[in-house]
Design a protein around this ligand. Sequence first.
Ligand code: TMP
Ligand code: ASP
Length: 233
Amino acid sequence: MTQKLYEGKAKIVWATENPDEVAQQFKDDATAFDGKKKGQIVRKGVRNARISAILFRLLEENGIATQLLDQIFDDTLLCRKLEMFPVEVVVRNFAAGSICKRLGFEEGAPLKAPLLEFFLKDDSLSDPLITDAHIAELGLVSGGELDEIKRLALKVNSVLTGFFAERGVMLVDFKLEFGKDSAGNIVLGDEISPDTCRFWDANTKKKLDKDRFRRDLGDVEEAYAEMLKRVEK
Ligand code: TMP
Ligand code: ASP
């Protein structure tokens, strides 16, 4: 962990002695609305690293390849190096966030089936919603790869929905990022945490995710702590 390869809004990617491996360090820094809102969430880095490690291991046990190799520090995961697709894959089970603004859904409305959306990862364009046709036109992902990404995203959803239901949490929606390993396999990368998911308590519907920061709802650290507790159960 010597050379910084990349610093994003919530993570730093470090080189390791092995050229096929990187270390991802999770930061307490939080941003929202395209980086317009900035802050810190105390202990977010260690909590998100732990939550992400547990969830990636769960997915591996369920036959989904992920980039996770090991947790090497409280806030740092050793990962296989991937060539990431510049696409965010969002899976929605209930309406919340941008789909409510875009299409007028009421927050919390159940969707008939898990809904997949793609967003272009490009801050200068504010990560716009894109269609399969845009993905093909821009040459972001090949047709066969996109089919595989859709299949994997829906499988992740079914594994995680069941896991969280057992812990009294509604998985409202979440964002995934995929990449390709040196052998050309499609592998799940990035993170799965309260930064990248919407989690609601199944009974009270209390938000237990980054929406508490985005919308100044208070109890931000408590929400991350509560999600770690439930994931560790
Ligand atoms: P959205 O409703 O704002 O489109 O967000 C959908 C899901 O994706 C939500 O769980 C939050 C997550 N997400 C990210 O992880 N990163 C982002 O940059 C955005 C906009 C959303
Ligand atoms: N993290 C993203 C940003 O700062 C957006 C979000 O999660 O709401 O743009």
